[in-house]
Design a binder for this molecule. Sequence first.
Ligand code: NAD
Length: 478
Amino acid sequence: MAQAILDVMPGASTGTVQVSDPLNFWAGKRVEPRQQKNAEPVFEPATGDCFFLLKSEEPLGSRKSRLFLEKREKIAKLEVINNGKSITEALVDIDIAWQCIEYYAGLAGALAGQHVQLPGGAFAYTRREPLGVCVGIGAWNYPFQIAAWKSAPALACGNAMVFKPSPFTPVTAVILAEIYKEAGVPDGLFCVVQGGAETGTILCQHPKVAKVSFTGSVPTGKKVMEMSAKGVKQVTLELGGKSPLIIFKDCDLENAVRGALMANFLTQGQVCCNGTRVFVQKDIMPQFLEEVVKRTKAILVGDPLLDSTRMGALINKPHLEKVLGFVSQAKLQGARVLCGGERFVPSDPKLVNGYFMSPCVLDNCRDDMTCVKEEIFGPVMSVLPFDTEEEVVQRANNTTFGLASGVFTRDISRAHRVAENLEAGTCFINNYNISPVEVPFGGYKMSGFGRENGQVTIEYYSQLKTVVVEMGDVDNYF
Ligand SMILES: NC(=O)c1ccc[n+]([C@@H]2O[C@H](COP(=O)([O-])OP(=O)(O)OC[C@H]3O[C@@H](n4cnc5c(N)ncnc54)[C@H](O)[C@@H]3O)[C@@H](O)[C@H]2O)c1
């Protein structure tokens, strides 16, 4: 069964793949939902064609790196077919996923408590224990990577995880389940359940669930937190962002332009930590704009399975329309479109119904515009001029989000001062959007709390037990 889904490769090309195997993984194997709801079509973003019928489960309550490398390309191709991102990026996503699993597999053996000496020979020690059954709920922009980022630390700490992918990208999480099984993870320890809001709700409300780790939008994150609060469950929330990227005039301009592109156009701009508010010091604005527009226009949009493609298709039609709507609104509010911002129809006939758009750079932006305030989640960069460090830090922080931030400067003191003053979970100095699994990732403010990756995440998937040991007699007050 597992093979069937992977057997479509390597001859697969855009528009030819149909997936029919069940995508739920329960007690060690792929299963059809026990009680099916209506099947929902899942679309291939590059062609607009349905390539899978997703049957989700109704009332759920009632009813190792070597392995990765062998499957790397196949998983990446399926990720592309389901998500629309370029194969170049998908391969990196899969690599980051296995690095994450290796990292936490390594940390598992290092989990340790503390020994505390007490008076009279007594002592205490602490044990790091699992929480129990954890739920992972994923967004559609990094389907496989999100499943790995959540399950690797969860399993390393001794928990079980039930993972629910986004119904837009249901296809690859089950392969992760099969890899875990092949690597020796006992049946039932990592399960995949398909479905949307209803299934997510059931999972969050289930009395036997100890923790929910959620990646998605702020409105859904609030609901997840409310539901989890009722059961006093721990929560990790990885939510949206509208991150600032600050480019000072003393920067290496070539690198700053590259950084701005990395901050805006990965995965068709559908990245939570994107630096979509690009603040550029006035003195270098003309040179910055000239270079960034030149590079943006050169981005090759098209068939995401081709190695030469740098930008694929957005996730679905309503989302494409929403992103294009943000561009229209920006124009009405006075922004100038320097390039892109339109639906793009590739010359390949099989891609004519795909959800492509040309990457967009907006100039003449002001802090009060919708495109500068709201998360667009598409390839739209808003450029804003600034004069002083003090002013730009204040403007950069003037948002309810706080996921990431970036600063380009050659002044080392300024770089660290700005990093300290920005209200965000991550600050990139002279780079943007790199995500090594060794460093913690997560938000400030309404971008969420808790962390993924890094050693600290162990604390979010375990609980501490204190054991107090008396070596003498009990001191009796009575
Ligand atoms: N901070 C991060 O690490 C990170 C990473 C990726 C995406 N995101 C954010 O995710 C958003 C885009 O993803 P999306 O459109 O899939 O988000 P979404 O909030 O619409 O959905 C996320 C997940 O929640 C599920 N869900 C929906 N309603 C639910 C409910 N009532 N109860 C439980 N689960 C429910 C969905 O089925 C999906 O699996 C953006 O805002 C983006 O910034 C954040």
